[in-house]
Design a protein around this ligand. Sequence first.
Ligand SMILES: [Zn+2]
Length: 118
Amino acid sequence: MTDLTTWLLSQIDADEAVAVEGVETLGDWAEDSADLDAGALLWQAKRTLAQCAAHRRIVELHSPEVDACPPMDTSDDAAFYDSWCPTLRAIAGIYADRPGFREEWALSGDTERAGGAG
Ligand SMILES: [Zn+2]
């Protein structure tokens, strides 16, 4: 794994840990409760788990071992694109407000949208 994929997997792991804790904490109580807030929180935690699994799979598809989506050939402007697939860079943009995010990974507009989500 490389810098971006390693960093992305650690961000996904962190989100997943919070979501697992949410499901475990809310679990049966929220499903049996008429409290709409509890139900919404449980739904969000379960949705986050599904998104983490999907994002992890996308990152894995970009590993050298799988090579399903090789890095772009950006020989004309390698410094700008950093040779990373825009799909990975779009996922990285979710975490643009977290430590370790590199500006060269950003797609246009990432830093403006990433506020307070992390
Ligand atoms: Zn790709």
